[in-house]
Design a protein around this ligand. Structure first.
Ligand code: KG4
Ligand code: ZN
Length: 335
């Protein structure tokens, strides 16, 4: 038969995930989230590698078991080559190589950022080419012109922190645990986005800068706390809403500019921060006003997951793009 069955592995940061895809249809998406990092206020690379080591085989076993497909039917093994944490990537790459070698099937490397975008092809409705994707995660903030599944061009990106990092770092200043992005989102729903004014940094062209906001919040809080030691707890919702407002504004200013410059009205968002309800709501309204076709992936496919790696691998399989056995992970990897 012509069936293409691919097992994909994602281990670039702090989620260990495996997924099986059959002829482009994702059968499952098993994710083991690492909780060890919470008390440190950020991902500790060495602990992440160890947790991947522990979780990977059970996660792969569950993916194979629940797919109803046997190991011997697999056509290829896919894995995240980068970008990500070197130690975390190594666990996935080494496992994928060994597994592909033992089954005598091809190996497919996937770029994690590419895969975040291709998560849009897991379910309907799928964007039409070309489309513009705003990819927003804990490590990246990019505007990407997607010409076909394997041809993408970064047309703008952050020059310093990623927007997810800005969410997490300001959350930390507000005393919230890691990762703080989802908590800012939660409290923001109860607050007034105009209560406080945080800076909206405007970079040249389609580029971003998110490092200013955490410094602004730091100094603002320092001054307020001098007057009122309970300032944060008394204003948490308003603080979260105001921070979120600035971050979302910054994202959308450049997205609007990109749509105008490229004349492309197919617009998508991807990556962990696309789970943010402030971004989703504001963008949904904006798209309606401006007649854009907007694509937002299901929450499960926004944050790190192997289903998106499997989807990307399927496209590569169709083009015969395989990796050699001496492939190594890349902490930094361009789209
Ligand atoms: O794509 P992702 O799961 O991992 C990376 O590749 O970085 O993104 C994780 C980032 C974290 O910074 C997290 O705080 C942020 O996405 N995030 C959110 C929300 N959900 C996840 N930020 C704001 N609002 C949310 N609802
Ligand atoms: Zn990611």
């Amino acid at each position: 038969t012509n069936d293409i069955f691919i097992l994909a592995i994602e281990s670039s940061c702090d989620e260990t995930s495996a997924s099986v895809i059959a002829d482009g249809k994702v059968l499952n998406n098993i994710v083991a989230t690492q909780s060890v990092h919470e008390k440190y206020g950020g991902v500790v690379p060495e602990l992440a590698s160890r947790a991947h080591q522990e979780n990977l085989i059970p996660v792969v076993q569950e993916a194979i078991l629940t797919s109803g497909i046997s190991k011997s039917q697999l056509s290829a093994i896919a894995f995240t080559r980068g970008p990500g944490l070197m130690g975390s990537l190594l666990v996935g790459v080494s496992f994928a190589k060994a597994f592909a070698y033992s089954l005598n099937i091809p190996l497919i490397e996937v770029n994690h950022m590419n895969a975040h975008i291709l998560a849009h092809f897991i379910e309907d409705p799928k964007p039409n080419f070309p489309f513009i994707c705003l990819t927003v995660s804990g490590g990246h903030t990019q505007l990407v012109l997607v010409k076909d599944p394997l041809t993408m061009e970064v047309i703008g990106e952050t020059q310093d922190d990623a927007v997810g990092e800005a969410f997490d770092k300001t959350a930390k200043l507000l005393g919230l645990p890691y990762p703080g992005g989802p908590l800012i989102d939660k409290y923001a729903k109860l607050g007034n986005p105009k209560a406080f004014q945080f800076p909206i940094t405007r970079m040249p062209e389609l580029n971003y800068s998110f490092s200013g906001i955490k410094t602004a919040v730091l100094y603002f809080l320092r001054d307020q706390l001098k007057e009122n030691p309970k300032f944060i707890e008394e204003n948490l919702a308003d603080l979260c809403a105001s921070v979120q407002y600035s971050l979302v504004e910054m994202l959308l200013i450049k997205l609007k500019l990109a749509v105008k410059e490229y004349g492309v009205k197919e617009v998508a968002i991807a990556g962990g921060v696309s789970a943010n309800s402030g971004l989703r709501d504001t963008l949904t309204k904006l798209a309606k006003e401006r007649g854009w076709n907007l694509y937002i992936p299901k929450f499960e496919y926004c944050t790190d997951n192997a289903a998106m790696i499997a989807m990307a691998a399927h496209f590569k399989y169709l083009k015969g793009e395989f990796s050699s056995m001496d492939v190594t992970p890349l902490a930094k990897m361009k789209i």
